[in-house]
Design a protein around this ligand. Structure first.
Ligand code: MN
Length: 259
């Protein structure tokens, strides 16, 4: 199973979540919300194969953490994965829009300069603006639009630009979300939990809740679960190889190879 967008560091018991994910041999993209959280989050899984730690600066806190962009620039050469980054156009964050654009633009410029980074991108109520900023930087190698909730036309645009998508339990709860998922190219879809933020059955989602997402994909794609799982694994491997990732997810070296 693959959870390609999870906030391991924000669970009350992250070591326990890591251990239980390890028992299930899960692949996890462990995203962060600030550059200062990166080293502690990386330390959670230094010895753990299949857990990749991403360097992030979340759009919802960009206004108060924009000074950490320097730390981001300092750390980016040590990481293969970047996230959570992006834009949030919801009413409560729109007032900080200029800061969000400044931070996300700078992050994209830096990623374009270093090359080969895989980005997990937030675009709530900001799909068009997010795609606009990405499109101007065509050398940013592999953007993944996490929890995509834009329009059908915005989805078409993202598909034509070659972007990837990570799909979680919250997206699949709505008819609109399921229709969007049905239009995503199957060879560019990954699963995610977005735990612990997302709620599943009245509690925080765990990485292994992606099992429910796999079931939903099986019904949307009209494929057996085992072939959906095989497709998702192929997708993750091709994403990582396209981006020239230095850490091979098959060799058990996990995050230890990034630095
Ligand atoms: Mn998230």
């Amino acid at each position: 199973m693959i959870d390609f967008h999870c906030h391991l560091d924000l669970y009350p018991n992250p070591h326990e979540i890591v251990r239980r994910s390890q028992e299930r041999e899960m692949y996890i993209l462990s995203v962060t919300t600030t550059p200062s959280a990166w080293s502690g989050t990386f330390a959670l899984a230094t010895e753990v194969p299949r857990i990749f730690t991403a360097l992030g600066l979340h759009p919802q806190i960009a206004f108060e953490r924009k000074s950490e962009i320097r730390l981001f620039e300092h750390l980016v050469s040590d990481v293969q994965f970047v996230g959570e980054v992006g834009l949030d156009g919801s009413p409560e964050f729109k007032r900080y829009w200029n800061d969000q654009v400044l931070v996300f633009s700078r992050i994209l410029d830096v990623c374009e300069a270093v090359g080969g980074r895989i980005l997990s991108i937030h675009s709530r109520r900001a799909a068009a603006a997010t795609i606009d900023l990405l499109e101007k930087r065509s050398k940013v190698s592999s953007p993944i639009l996490h929890w995509f909730s834009g329009s059908a036309n915005e989805l078409k645009r993202a598909i034509s630009l070659g972007y990837w998508f990570s799909v979680g339990p919250a997206m699949l709860m709505s008819e609109k979300g399921r229709i969007l998922v049905s239009h995503m190219p199957r060879n560019r879809v990954l699963t995610e939990s977005d735990g612990p933020f997302v709620q599943v059955s009245g509690r925080s989602a765990f990485p292994w809740d992606v099992a429910g997402v796999v079931n939903s994909l099986a019904s949307i794609w009209k494929q057996p679960i085992h072939s959906v799982e095989a497709t998702l694994l192929d997708n993750m491997r091709s994403l990582i190889s396209i981006s020239g990732c230095r850490s091979n997810p098959n060799n058990g070296s996990g995050t230890a190879n990034y630095a």
